[in-house]
Design a protein around this ligand. Sequence first.
Ligand code: MN
Length: 133
Amino acid sequence: MSTILVVEDSVLIRELIREILERAQYDVLEAADGRDALQKLQETLPDLVLMDIQLPFLDGYAVLSQLRHDQRLNRVPVIALTAYAMRSDQEEARRAGFDGYMTKPIDRAALLQMIHGFLTEGRQFSKTRTTKV
Ligand code: MN
């Protein structure tokens, strides 16, 4: 069973994502902000992280940067979640090192398809597949 860490400050969106993931038989961990995310990542090694970009205390870019500099964590695929559908934001997320990019509102099928790809192919998935906009 794969474990997914959901980093999202909106309780409603976090609960929606939890429901989607649990119905697909994933184990779900939650973090409500950037500091909480780093704390959870110290305690556990999730198989994948879904990370909101705009978060209190530390934003998604800052959390990603710390994760990528940690040998224990740097192979974990990280998918950015953002409300912005702008192409430039997707490019910025890619440059920052996110492996995939999902816009909110969340498309359930697209999210599950992307997660499945990363869990079966690892971070290489991003080099062979286009992320959803
Ligand atoms: Mn947010």
